[in-house]
Design a protein around this ligand. Structure first.
Ligand code: ADP
Length: 571
C-alpha cells in the first residue's frame, strides 16, 4: 500500500516536473522558430515597397514597350534577393512584368486580380497572402505593395517567397512545429502529413472564399479537429491519438500563429523510467524488509529453540527434583509411620501406669474373691460360690477389655485408604482412652449427627488423630477444676468437621505458633516428646484435610480438624 503510494507520488511528480521542464524548453524553442520565420519574411518585406518606387516599374505599367526593361530589372533584383518571383501587376491585376519572364512558368500576361494580395495592394495596403501558385503550382508567401503615380495607385508589385528551405530545416530538426493561417490552415510545418490540414473544419463560407481565391487549389483541407484544444494557446493536445504539449504565439505583422509541440511520450517515457526505478527500488526495499523479517524470524526461532532447550533442561531438572521429593516423601512417610509408632509407644508408656492401676484393682479384687471362695469351700458354703465366681469372671472380662484395647493400639496402619466413618474412629479412640478419662474424672460431651460421616482415609490413622488430641486435652486439664471434653462432629457440602474443646488453660502465643512443630513440647521430660501434634498434622494433610488450634472464649483449647467428605459412599 505505502510502496504503491510512493511509486504513484514519484511518477506523478516526475510527470509534473517533466511537463514544466518541457514547457520551458518549448517556450524557448517557440520563440526561436518564430524569430527565424519572421527573419525569413522580413528579409523580403521591404522589397515590393522599394521596387514599386522604381521608375522602370512605374514605366512598365504606363508603357507596355518598357515592360521588357522592367523584366530585366525584376529578374536582377529577384536573383539578388533570392526570392521565388518578383512581378508587377497593372490596375486590372494583369501581370505586365515578372522576374521569370523568360521561363515556361512566366507570370507575364497572367491575371491575378482574384488574389487577395492584389486587392489589398490596390486598396493601398500591404498585401500578405500565403497560397499555392496558380501558375507554378508551388506554394509561397506573396507580399505585395502598391505602385503609385502622382498619388494614385496604378499597379501592384508582388514578391513571392518560397519557404521550402525553412520548412525543410524544420523537418530536419525533428521537432514538431507548424504555422496556421487565419482560417486555421496549416501552411508551414515540420510534419509533411499535416500540411494543408485545418485545425477545425472550415465553414462553407470560408471554404468558398478559399476556392474563390484559389488559395489552396487541389487540396482537400481536411480537418485535424484540434482547434478547440489549441484555442487555449498552450496546454496538451491530442493529434492522431498522439499526445503533445503545445505552446503557440501569433506571428507579428501577420494573422498567422505558430505552434510548437512536444510529444508527451517524453513525459510518459520518463514516468515509466521513474516507475521502473521506483518499482525496482520498492522491490529492493521489500526484499530487504523480507530478508530482515526472515532473519528476525530465524533469530526468533533460534531463540525459541534455545528457550525450548532451556525449558526442557528445566523440566528434566524439575522431574529429577520431583522424583527426589517423591523419594524423600516416601522416606518421610516411612519415618512418619515410625513416628506414629513412636507416639503410640510414648502413649503406651503413659498409659501403662493407668493400666497398671486399672488392672491392679481387679487383680486385688480377684485375689480377695479367690480367698473368700477358698473360705466358702472350706466352710462348705458352696452355694455362695456361684456369685463369687461370677464377680471374678466380670473382673477378668474388664481386664480383657483393657488388654484388648492395647492390642488395637499396637495395630499398624495398612496404608490402604478406604471409607472411614469418623464416628466409629472416634468411638475406638475413646474406648482406647476410657481408662484415662475415667481416672481423670473427665466428662465427655458429644454432639454429632445420626448419619455416619465418611472420609476417605485409613481407620487406624484417624483413630490416632483423635487419640492424640484427646490425650493432649486430658494432659492440659490435669490441674483444672472442671474437666470436660466436648466433641462436635458435623459436615457441610465439602467437609467433615471435628472440633475437640477442653476446659484446660488454653495455649499462649508461642505455643500456638509452634504447636505442630516436631519435638515442641511444654511437658516435663518423660511426660511428652512433642511428636503427637506434628504426626497428627501430617496425617490430616495426607488425607487432604486441615487442622487448626485456637483458644475458646471460655479459655480452653479447641482443635478443629477438617477432612474432605466422602459423599458417594453407599451406606
Ligand atoms: P506432647 O504432647 O508430647 O507435648 P504434642 O505435639 O502432642 O506433644 O503437643 C505439643 C504441645 O502442645 C504440648 O506440649 C502442649 O504444650 C500443647 N498442647 C497440645 N494440646 C493442648 C491443649 N489441649 N491445651 C493446651 N496445650 C496443648
Amino acid at each position: 500500500m505505502i510502496s504503491a503510494l510512493v511509486v504513484w507520488l514519484a511518477v506523478s511528480s516526475t510527470g509534473n516536473l517533466t511537463i514544466r521542464e518541457l514547457e520551458t524548453t518549448g517556450q524557448a524553442r517557440l520563440a526561436l522558430y518564430d524569430s527565424s520565420l519572421r527573419a525569413a519574411i522580413d528579409r523580403y518585406r521591404y522589397l515590393p515597397y522599394v521596387v514599386a518606387r522604381h521608375h522602370q516599374v512605374i514605366d512598365a505599367i504606363s508603357d507596355p514597350q518598357s515592360a521588357q526593361i522592367a523584366n530585366f530589372y525584376l529578374e536582377r533584383v529577384n536573383d539578388r534577393s533570392g526570392a521565388a518571383a518578383l512581378y508587377v501587376l497593372d490596375k486590372t491585376g494583369m501581370t505586365v512584368a515578372s522576374s521569370n519572364w523568360n521561363t515556361p512558368d512566366s507570370f507575364v500576361g497572367e491575371d491575378y486580380s482574384f488574389r487577395p494580395y492584389f486587392s489589398q495592394a490596390i486598396a493601398g495596403n500591404e498585401g500578405f497572402f500565403f497560397g499555392i501558385g496558380v501558375t507554378t503550382g508551388r506554394a509561397g508567401l506573396f507580399i505585395s505593395n502598391s505602385i503609385r503615380q502622382n498619388g494614385a495607385v496604378i499597379g501592384v508589385v508582388v514578391v513571392k517567397l518560397e519557404l521550402d528551405e525553412l520548412e525543410m530545416n524544420w523537418q530536419e530538426g525533428g521537432e514538431t512545429v507548424f504555422v496556421a493561417d487565419a482560417d486555421g490552415v496549416i501552411t508551414l510545418t515540420s510534419r509533411g502529413d499535416w500540411k494543408y490540414r485545418t485545425l477545425s473544419p472550415l465553414s462553407d463560407a470560408d471554404r468558398a472564399r478559399i476556392v474563390r481565391n484559389r488559395q489552396y487549389s487541389g487540396r482537400d483541407l481536411t480537418s485535424l479537429n484540434v482547434g478547440q484544444q489549441l484555442a487555449k494557446g498552450s496546454g496538451i493536445v491530442t493529434i492522431s491519438s498522439q499526445r503533445f504539449l503545445f505552446d503557440s504565439k501569433p506571428i507579428r505583422g501577420s494573422d498567422w500563429r505558430i505552434y510548437y509541440l512536444t510529444s508527451m511520450d517524453q513525459v510518459t517515457d520518463r514516468q515509466a523510467a521513474v516507475m521502473l526505478i521506483a518499482i525496482i527500488g520498492g522491490g529492493m526495499i521489500v526484499l530487504v524488509i523480507l530478508f530482515l523479517r526472515e532473519r528476525e524470524l530465524k533469530l526468533a526461532s533460534q531463540r525459541e529453540a534455545r528457550e525450548f532447550e532451556r525449558i526442557q533442561a528445566l523440566n528434566t531438572r524439575l522431574e529429577e527434583e520431583i522424583n527426589e521429593r517423591r523419594r524423600t516423601e516416601e522416606e518421610l512417610r516411612g519415618t512418619q509411620n515410625e513416628l506414629v509408632q513412636a507416639g503410640k509407644l510414648a502413649a503406651l508408656g503413659q498409659m501403662s501406669a493407668a493400666i497398671a492401676h486399672e488392672i491392679n484393682q481387679p487383680i486385688a479384687a480377684i485375689r480377695t474373691f479367690c480367698a473368700s471362695a477358698k473360705l466358702m469351700i472350706e466352710r462348705g458354703k458352696t452355694d455362695q460360690l456361684d456369685q463369687n465366681i461370677g464377680q471374678i469372671s466380670s473382673l477378668t472380662e474388664r481386664m480383657g477389655a483393657i488388654t484388648g484395647q492395647l492390642k488395637t493400639f499396637s495395630r499398624k496402619s495398612t496404608g490402604v485408604l478406604e471409607a472411614v466413618d469418623l464416628k466409629i474412629a472416634l468411638n475406638n479412640a475413646l474406648q482406647l482412652l476410657s481408662p484415662q478419662l475415667d481416672s481423670e474424672n473427665c466428662t465427655l460431651e458429644r454432639h454429632e449427627p445420626e448419619t455416619p460421616l465418611f472420609v476417605h482415609a485409613d481407620l487406624v490413622r484417624i483413630e490416632q488423630i483423635c487419640v492424640n488430641i484427646i490425650r493432649n486435652a486430658l494432659d492440659a486439664m490435669e490441674n483444672s477444676s472442671v474437666k470436660r471434653i466436648r466433641i462436635d462432629l458435623s459436615s457441610n457440602r465439602n467437609d467433615v468437621v471435628m472440633r475437640i474443646t477442653d476446659t484446660g488453660p488454653g495455649m499462649n502465643d508461642e505455643t500456638l505458633s509452634l504447636l505442630f512443630d516436631p519435638f515442641f513440647t511444654t511437658k516435663d521430660p518423660g511426660q511428652g516428646v512433642g511428636l503427637g501434634l506434628s504426626v497428627t498434622y501430617g496425617i490430616v494433610r495426607d488425607f487432604g484435610g486441615t487442622i487448626k488450634a485456637y483458644n475458646t472464649t471460655t479459655g480452653g483449647a479447641c482443635f478443629e480438624v477438617r477432612l474432605p467428605l466422602l459423599r458417594d459412599k453407599k451406606t
